[in-house]
Design a protein around this ligand. Sequence first.
Ligand SMILES: C[S@@+](CC[C@H](N)C(=O)[O-])C[C@H]1O[C@@H](n2cnc3c(N)ncnc32)[C@H](O)[C@@H]1O
Length: 316
Amino acid sequence: MDDDESVQTDDNKLLNNHNIHNKNTADDNKEDGEATEKQALSKRQRKKLLKQQKWEEERDMRKQKRKDRKQQRRQQRQNNQQDDEGEHRGARKRLRREATPTSLRLVVDCSFDDLMLTKDVHKLHKQIQRCYAENRRASHPVQFYLTSLGGQLKQSMDEKDKGWINWKDISIKFEHYSEVLSKEDVVYLTSDSPNVLTELDPKKAYVIGGLVDHNHHKGITLERAQDLGICHAQLPLDSFVQMNSRKVLAVNHVFEIILAYMEKGSWQDAFFSVLPQRKGAKAVATGPGDGDQDGDGQEDQPEEHSDLEARQPSDK
Ligand SMILES: C[S@@+](CC[C@H](N)C(=O)[O-])C[C@H]1O[C@@H](n2cnc3c(N)ncnc32)[C@H](O)[C@@H]1O
């Protein structure tokens, strides 16, 4: 190593020492600064700062807790729902177990499919669903038949309620009722018949016209029954419900009246357990009529109304 080189190395050492000294001084200054800053913070501010730090640190924990609580609530709701459904199912099953089925056959004749507009077919579909549900929970369920199923009605059922395939306690036939039942057993129910039912014979099959026609096909079911030489009769509404003229009820209302009669054994009770419920009528003398061919609890439009609906309280 020559002299020049040794001088340079010593200079570097000095420089390094100086740098180290400078760094230490900077660190010392920083610590001093923080300490002074801490000292400068008031006790309350320090507390606040700590609290904030803690809050930040616990953020994830709180998030997890919220998630857990939400999950618990959801689980609880599901359990409650399952309990409710279970109870309902249980109650329905109990009802069915305790029910006394009758031998009376009640038929909805669906052979008028081509006479109905699609919207009326949908209404009929709903009425049939209602008949099915009512029969399933009735104390004296009838032998329910659906005959001549096809066309628009079947399409509606296939599209809107595929479960109909699994319906229980019902005989669903594509054939006409006259091919399924013996003619002598059949009584066609129609408000146009001059015959008035006094009681129901459990050995008979009572047929309801599966039709929502807003009275456009007045008398059609009577005509068809006559053509086939089938007995016919109207419900004894006149004796219990005051009205001026014809009384055309929706399919499900007729169905429910029959179910109610089987249970109560009284026309009066049967009519007023079904009709006022739908119409809000209070008593025979003041009860409004029934223009609800839709069976949806809504009165039909004026041009579609039945005579029952047309009756005003002053018509008594
Ligand atoms: C909306 S009505 C159809 C009316 C249709 N124009 C007809 O000729 O029957 C639906 C069905 O309910 C039954 N129905 C309605 N009112 C009745 C009543 N007062 N007595 C007996 N059956 C009735 C009939 O079977 C009828 O076909």
